[in-house]
Design a protein around this ligand. Structure first.
Ligand SMILES: Cc1cc2nc3c(=O)[nH]c(=O)nc-3n(C[C@H](O)[C@H](O)[C@H](O)COP(=O)(O)OP(=O)(O)OC[C@H]3O[C@@H](n4cnc5c(N)ncnc54)[C@H](O)[C@@H]3O)c2cc1C
Length: 393
């Protein structure tokens, strides 16, 4: 046993990185551990940021691609609905560069980063109220560290959630994609979305093209399709109909599980908290989880800093999924609808409805609404209590 930290964060994806920089900026000593050596490798997300996220948060220069303001939605028989907003709606993150740039910021703020480090487990620290002794395997050696708060930012299948006996994700879709680079960088930015019960059961297939980088992918319920085979078929049969593949070179494949059951209820106890995918903070409708990583980490960091400043672990317990769950209900209902669509005829009908004049309004609302993970105002009781504690001299 050597080191003591105010907070140990497991997982340096977007949620863990953002939380680390906020805690360090708030004066906490932070250890950030990830099993990856280099955060720029093994990226699993497409990285599409919606308008509200890139308007509300600062991004390092060069970490976002060109703006996309056009969406084409396709039925299984490839009928097409074009939607154009006229303003930037999406930007595809250059995720490796983004992660490493936030990590640099964290290190400048004093965060200690341990790469190639796996979380093994934790137990209560008998000497510190709410504290934990955390076991890690770092570069082949087993080490232990003490912390006052353990933060689980370790993704959809969180080991920290299991270790702290908190809620765990139960409903998933999987996504699998290829990333292609355009040599001349001169393509037209469009987000193509395909409804297809075979190639993307319960979700969509996509070609997200910002003119420089193009992501071709499929997503759906893992018990209903084989993502690798579906991607091959999608690339061979559908993608060439809408995309000029000449000059495109495959540079990466990405994939992973996406929790779509909505934010979990029990995401904290006196010893720790969950953020990002570990907390189920993903839109059940769009499967977008990047905006929630940033917003939920913001609320979590207030609770953690209040807990550290006051010495009272009760501040962590206030941080609960209940604050957000009711706001997820419409998206959970839409997810049930998507899950129930098992046949191409149903999706043709859904497409037909969206392509009608009233349906088009709904489609534009879904794709172009300035929406985000539910926001909690500063007057919300939970935030107010934490912020009052942080304001005390
Ligand atoms: C194919 C795909 C495409 C997607 N596309 C989009 C999109 O375009 N837009 C959008 O908004 N959302 C998208 N999502 C969802 C979004 O990517 C996630 O919600 C988001 O990246 C979650 O971030 P996170 O920091 O919570 O977790 P992660 O990014 O999963 O980070 C978890 C980190 O924890 C580390 N880790 C895990 N276990 C351990 C352990 N035991 N010990 C140490 N380290 C550990 C991992 O190495 C990883 O770095 C997509 C998801 C997938 C799978």
């Amino acid at each position: 046993m050597t080191d003591k930290y105010d907070a140990v964060i497991i997982g340096a994806g977007l949620a863990g990185l953002h939380c680390a920089r906020l805690l360090a900026a708030g004066g906490a000593s932070v250890l950030l551990a990830d099993r990856k050596e280099d955060l720029g490798t093994g990226v699993h997300t497409t990285g599409i940021f919606v308008r509200k996220t890139f308007e509300d948060f600062d991004f390092p220069p060069g970490s976002l691609g060109k703006p996309v303001s056009r969406v084409s939605l396709y039925s299984p028989s490839l009928r097409r609905l074009d939607l154009e907003s006229g303003i930037p709606e999406f930007r595809i993150g250059r995720m490796g560069a983004l992660y490493n740039s936030i990590l640099d910021e964290c290190v400048d703020l004093g965060v200690e980063f341990l790469g190639s480090t796996r979380f093994l487990g934790s137990r209560p620290d008998p000497k510190v109220k709410g504290g934990s002794i955390v076991r890690l395997e770092s570069g082949g050696s087993k080490i232990q560290v003490q912390t006052r708060v353990l933060v689980g930012a370790d993704g959809a299948g969180s080991a920290v959630a299991r270790d702290l006996d908190l809620d765990r994700n139960k409903e998933w879709i999987v996504g699998y994609e290829e990333v292609l680079k355009r040599k001349d960088g001169g393509g037209e930015p469009v987000l193509h979305c395909f409804l297809d019960a075979d190639l993307a059961p319960g979700y969509i297939a996509w070609i997200a093209d910002d003119g420089e980088e193009c992501h071709i992918g499929v997503g759906g319920y893992p018990d209903r399709f084989d993502p690798r085979k579906a991607l091959e078929e999608f690339k061979d049969t559908v993608a060439p109909l809408v995309l000029e593949t000449k000059g495109l070179e495959t540079i990466e494949t990405r994939g992973g599980r996406i929790p779509v059951g909505g934010v979990l209820k029990n995401i904290s106890n006196r010893r720790g908290i969950l953020i990002g995918d570990a907390a189920g903070a993903v839109s059940p409708l769009t499967a977008g989880g990047l905006d929630p990583c940033l917003r939920l980490s913001g609320y979590a960091s207030e609770a953690v800093l209040a807990r550290l400043r006051s010495g009272n672990p009760g501040f962590l317990v206030n941080y609960s999924g209940e604050m957000f769950r009711s706001r997820f209900l419409p998206r959970i209902l839409m997810r049930s609808l998507m899950r129930a669509m098992r046949y191409q005829t149903q999706l043709e009908f859904l497409f037909g409805t969206l392509a009608s004049s009233p349906g088009r309004w709904l489609a534009e609302k879904i794709f172009f609404r300035r929406a985000s993970f539910p926001e909690i105002g500063k007057s919300h009781p939970v935030r107010r209590i934490a912020l009052n504690e942080l304001r005390r001299p």
